[in-house]
Design a protein around this ligand. Structure first.
Ligand code: NAP
Ligand code: MG
Length: 421
């Protein structure tokens, strides 16, 4: 009896000193402003004290993208394909003002486009549910996973201004054969747009969504406006049906899960009165808009998880669902205590580590990541929150002493985590 107690005590003491071993590295992509500060705190207080983690580091902050002529973004994208897990901090997408602010030689693009093209994946977003955070849509008690296609449509298309009375045509050239379609006869100034998509990319998107839904045991709804776009959206619908029938129907039946094609307006209305608990697949533009609507409906954008998963399911990039929070960073630069919510960034780390754990069959790492997520949620559920969550927890008349600064919040999570691992 005495001997077992000593062994237990010793192993507990030993356990607190032993970090979880991870055999393969993750790709760490650093970024800008407030999220850069938050990422460093998360790493130093919540990850590295507990996990012996190899990190292939790329500094994609705007000054370094400028110094390397953006080579660093290309290198980071390639590294993610090599190591299969990328954890990315938010980065500035420069505009004219940023070009002046950082004295840039060019308006370097965001690394996201490059990584998105390299991964050719699906973007998934999901809100973290905390019991005490009042949701704007009260009925949503289960998560809604938003699956967004990230190829073509308005994001790869061409839009232009027509200045004078003109006619526009669409020409399809197949070998030497040309077919011309008249689109519109302008009597005055106007605009035009052409978008495109491919069957292969839609097939990959559908496969990712069905695979994710099976993993999470959620039914799938794919919503388009196929009554309006009888060729364009019909191809999306046909491909979803084909992939489902061929590869997923029996697995879905076994798991008692369903798949339905929906009209987007009908689905938007249905979603509002649902209790959540489904995967909502959407074309790129619809996913961009509706994932923000759903994120806010669950309480705060600061509670959103964001990941990009390759269509074969092997490679993942996680990042916060928000930008670099410039307004808060300006305060931070002045030395003012800021209260930016780090939860979306914490979950970028945990979801990246969970994927590493799954690929390497490392249950210790997987359960560490889950414990960190639980510690974060239970900190919020004890009423310890950053300013953005204060109105959702204490009402709009909340007091200044009812919320914590960013570092204080991370410290509270670290205390909880330290007791659990
Ligand atoms: P943002 O960084 O998402 O912030 C917009 C506002 O949302 C903030 O001012 C703040 O509102 C609130 N907010 C966002 N995240 C928050 C958090 N974690 N905690 C509390 N409040 C939060 O968007 P932005 O100001 O439009 O963009 C800033 C920079 O980020 C831009 O340079 C943009 O290019 C970049 N960006 C990068 C990515 C990416 O890397 N994936 C994505 C989007 C934007 P209050 O001011 O009301 O407190
Ligand atoms: Mg958006």
């Amino acid at each position: 009896m005495f001997k077992t107690q000593i062994v237990k005590l010793l192993s507990r003491k030993y356990a607190t000193k032993t970090k979880i071993a991870v055999s393969k590295p993750i790709v760490e992509i650093d970024g800008d402003e407030m999220t850069k500060i938050i990422f460093a705190e998360i790493k130093n207080k919540l990850i590295l004290p507990f996990v012996e983690l190899g990190r292939d580091y790329y500094d994609c902050s705007l000054p370094n993208r400028n110094a390397t002529k953006n080579q660093v973004s290309k290198d980071a994208a390639e590294a993610i394909l090599r190591h299969n897990v990328g954890i990315k901090c938010s980065t500035i997408t420069p505009d004219e003002e940023r070009v002046k602010e950082f004295n840039l030689t060019q308006m370097w693009p965001s690394p996201n486009g490059m990584i998105r093209n390299a991964l050719n994946g699906t973007q998934f977003r999901e809100s973290i549910i905390c019991r005490n955070v009042n949701k704007y849509v009260r009925g949503w008690t289960k998560p809604i996973i938003m699956g967004r296609h990230t190829f073509g449509d308005q994001y790869g298309g061409k839009d232009l201004t027509i200045e004078k009375p003109s006619k526009i045509y669409l020409t399809v050239k197949t070998g030497d054969h040309e077919e011309k379609f008249e689109i519109f006869d302008y009597k005055n100034r106007g605009v035009a747009m052409v978008t495109f998509n491919t069957e292969d990319s839609i097939r990959n998107f559908a496969t990712s969504c069905f695979r994710m839904a099976l993993e999470r045991q959620f039914p799938v709804y794919f919503a388009t406006k196929s009554t309006l776009l009888k060729q364009y959206d019909k191809l999306f619908n046909d491909v979803f049906l084909e992939v489902y029938e061929k590869n997923f129907k029996s697995k879905f039946a076994q798991a008692n899960l369903t798949f339905e094609l929906r009209l987007i307006d009908d689905m938007a209305a249905q979603a509002m009165k649902s209790s959540g608990g489904f995967l909502w697949a959407l074309k790129s533009y619809d996913g961009d808009v509706l994932s923000d609507v759903v994120g806010q409906g669950f309480g705060s954008m600061g509670l959103m998880i964001h990941s990009l998963i390759s269509h074969d399911g092997r490679t993942i990039m996680t990042e916060p669902a928000h930008g670099t929070v410039t307004r808060h960073f300006r305060e931070y630069q002045k030395g003012v205590k800021v209260s930016t919510n780090p939860i979306s960034s914490i979950f970028a780390w945990t979801r990246g580590l969970q994927h590493r754990a799954k690929l390497d069959n490392n249950p210790d790492l997987g359960s560490f990541a889950q414990t960190l997520e639980k510690s974060t949620i239970s900190t919020v559920e004890e009423g310890l929150v950053t300013k953005d969550l204060a109105p959702c927890v204490f009402g709009t008349e909340f007091r200044e002493d009812q919320y914590l600064g960013t570092s204080e919040f991370i410290d509270k999570v670290a205390q909880k985590l330290g007791k659990l691992v």
